[in-house]
Design a protein around this ligand. Sequence first.
Ligand code: TA6
Length: 297
Amino acid sequence: MGDVKAEVKNGMPGKVTFIDGRGDLPMLEITTAWSTAEVYLHGAHVTHFKKRDGSPLLFLSQCSRFAENQPIRGGIPVIFPWFGPREAMGQHGFARVKPWELKEFAPSPDGSVSLRLRLPDSPEASSFPPCTVEYIVTVNESLTLQLSVTNNSPDDIFSFENCLHTYFEVGDIKAVSVKGLKGVSYLDKVEGFAQKTDSEDAIRFNSEVDRVYLNTTGAVDIVDQKLKRTIRVEKQGSVSTVVWNPWVAKAQQMPDFGNEEFEHMVCVESGNVAANIIKLPPGETSKLTVKLSSAPL
Ligand code: TA6
């Protein structure tokens, strides 16, 4: 394992260090002038991002597993090629439990660091059209993620869902409001996928929330009165936003999640799911890009 540095204008080189992470899974530790981040090859999973002067942006469960074929609980699970349950194939696709290949890492002249990862072929992938799936993680003052899928089939349309299922760290869920989804229609999973339209200025949390917002391309703000910050989620190539907090009962049902941890996380996820499923023609590429940034209140 080792370090890669680069001479940069701002005097602070971007650095990538390869280490054995939790569960001895290969992990890349990234340091820039502004921030630190951690990325596991397992699931191409970003588990940590923190600005020098701030609190961690991402929530990671103390009870998370770090093991082959198991999803990591927290950070940014990469959901592909399906979202939610699928008969005999498990929940939320296979990309999040596969070891991805590191194709490239580049500290760039402005001090940012980018990683490019590729999802290797697998038995599970054989029931889908041939495709190339890559993920670029860029770390600087903010965290930018880009999931691209190219349909390599000569003549089949590739229908798939994708989602960056981000877990954000919050000070106290009861002091959090999520803004940017007023007027948007959603499927309420807590009420059997009932179709609704959000009439509230902001989502507030005092019970389980599990909503799939459809046909929405706007940015979402997570306003945290306890940590005195706003996290902004900006996206391109995504028309669905999912908002989730398991609250008490669901938290107790999840073996890889602490009973009280629902108080310190909220998921705001960006992708294309349910009725927004992607239908990618042969030879074409779809790109899902998400930029995560934060600012003091
Ligand atoms: O994105 C929200 C959701 O679909 C919830 O319904 C809940 O199941 C969550 O994902 C976590 O799923 P997981 O398979 O990681 O336990």
